[in-house]
Ligand binder design. Structure first.
Ligand code: DAT
Ligand code: MG
Length: 162
């Protein structure tokens, strides 16, 4: 690798997304397995916390679903046990993270995806991921303070980017 071929970190079109391992993922001991998939893909962890979600945060997080019949069950479930909240960074991470998660209903999710490999029921689908760049920005600022996010340059970068 010659010097002029080394990728400039600042020139990579980085995005950030918000992911949360829901109480079922934590209870089932899938925290490590789920984080591993994003690490191995080559994305960068920039924020991580383990918390019991308040009703207020849950309702704000799922605000777009407020009128849906499953809203109260959703809030009940996400507040029922600890969750792992994360921010991941990388080129194309918002859409790619959703692909790694798979379809909303685990029975329809492809094998190889998190929901396809580990889930059966739509109300126990293990993980949340932001569905668009704007949604990601809203969710990241809802769940994390600016100072809780860490910008860093993985030394792996030239092995992941041309
Ligand atoms: P996703 O989590 O794939 O972004 P979504 O935003 O449409 O899906 O819905 C949020 C969560 O609400 C989803 O992960 C599980 C639950 N949910 C969605 N549709 C549902 C339904 N028809 N019945 C019960 N729960 C549902
Ligand atoms: Mg969604």
């Amino acid at each position: 690798m010659t010097k002029d071929k080394i990728v400039k970190f600042e020139e990579i079109a980085l995005e950030r997304t918000f992911l949360a391992i829901k109480p079922d993922g934590v209870q089932r001991g899938l925290v490590g397995e789920i984080i591993r998939r994003y690490e191995e893909k080559g994305f960068t962890l920039v924020g991580l916390k383990f918390l019991k979600v308040s009703r207020e945060l849950a309702e704000q997080h799922y605000d777009v679903h407020r009128e849906r019949p499953f809203f109260s069950g959703l809030v009940e479930f996400i507040t029922s046990g600890p969750v792992v909240a994360m921010v991941w960074e990388g080129e194309g991470v918002v859409a790619a993270a959703r692909k790694i998660i798979g379809a909303t209903n685990p029975l329809s999710a492809e094998p190889g995806t998190i929901r396809g490999d580990f889930g059966i029921n739509i109300g126990r689908n293990l993980i949340h991921g932001s569905d668009a760049i704007e949604t990601a920005q809203r969710e990241i600022s809802l769940w994390f303070k600016e100072e809780e996010l860490v910008s860093w340059q993985p030394t792996l970068t030239p092995w992941l980017h041309e």
